[in-house]
Design a protein. Sequence first.
Length: 439
Amino acid sequence: MKESLLIFTQRYSPRLDYIVTELFGALGIDTKLTQDDVVFKSATVPRLNYSDQRFEEVFQIVPHGILFDYRIKDYKLEVHRDATFHFYFFKTSPQGHLPFDLFGAAFWLLSRYEEYLPHTSQDKHKRFHYKSSLAWQNSFLNEPLINYWVSGLIQLLKRKYPSFAVQLPEYQYLNSMDIDSAYRYRYKGFVRTLSGVLHDLSQWNTDQLNDRLAVLFNRKKDPYDVYEQVQTLHREYGVKGIYFFLLGDYGLNDKNHAATNTRFQMLIKYISDYNETGLHPSFKSNFNDNQLKVETVRLAQINHKPVTRSRQHFSMLHFPATYSALISAGIESDYSMGYNDIMGFRASYCYPYKWYNLEEEQTTGLMIHPFCINEAAFGFSRLQDATVLLPQIHQVVAQVKQFGGELITVFHNDSFSLYAGKNYRAFYEQVLNLCQNPS
């Protein structure tokens, strides 16, 4: 039987409804909002007062105001430190039992409010840079801060309601792989193959030319063809996998095989027999919503099943355009919430959650699955010293396990080739073991 929590508020807002439903719903707690103080006073279920109004012997959180506002506002933020809540902002009246508006602050982080605001740190693709984030600037990017907040709140509520039982979700590990280029040399067609050979000759790159020719004449396996090996490792460690395929038109930033290529289609079908699959929307699709729908149809026709999962190529994530386009294309779950070049918790949360569209002020049906470990953040040269990387990964894994969260890692098939370093496969196996069997 689920626990219930009655929350008093002087005003209703879709933002408040969203955040309490997400935060408590993840723990199996049913929440109900009421503006009737008579009903609230007479209730026998656990209660929480989210207002300036005072109720005797009732736990109180004083609102900051963000949950009752509309449109985007540039709030002045001051981050404080606390033994129970680690870091917090939106400090409010001392009459409350918390030093800050937990719901308002959680909404600000979860909705990615700061990514709607003007930000100075951008790269050449105008992506939101982690150095623009409040989390990085205040040293809590490596913590699922919202989970710590909710855990602290639950402990305080249990002091008032000792029978208030909360069941954490079961920890889950999902290994995801982006297929930007299915094969390095094979099945690329006559023109692209000839172009590659001529390029090797023009650069006097004899090693690569010999490697290319050995693959093309079936004397050697394509270096990016690691699928059976990875699948064997996944079976050995009991790892659940999901593969995202790039099916965009060939271009400067989209260089996978043509969606009409029979061998490429066979690979997708083979992987789909053992794993979940999703779309890796092309770079071009960020500037053409119709292109996104074309790519969705391509994958559906190959797999003969609806396409409901995606992760952005190049981690191209812009609010609210990206998620709005995905919803329009029929995507139900997205796995793009994370940073490409640093480990950490972009949304400060380690549970899946529904996206709230700030421009339309409504909860959507799009489920966001944050990732916090991306191989691109490692840098291949640093793999020489796994003793440095593994403790950092373990710190992230341990926190996700602590809250029964969903741990998602991001890898690429081309990383397993010898071009990426001979020690990478052993490192990958260590990561699998660490994530699947955290101590």
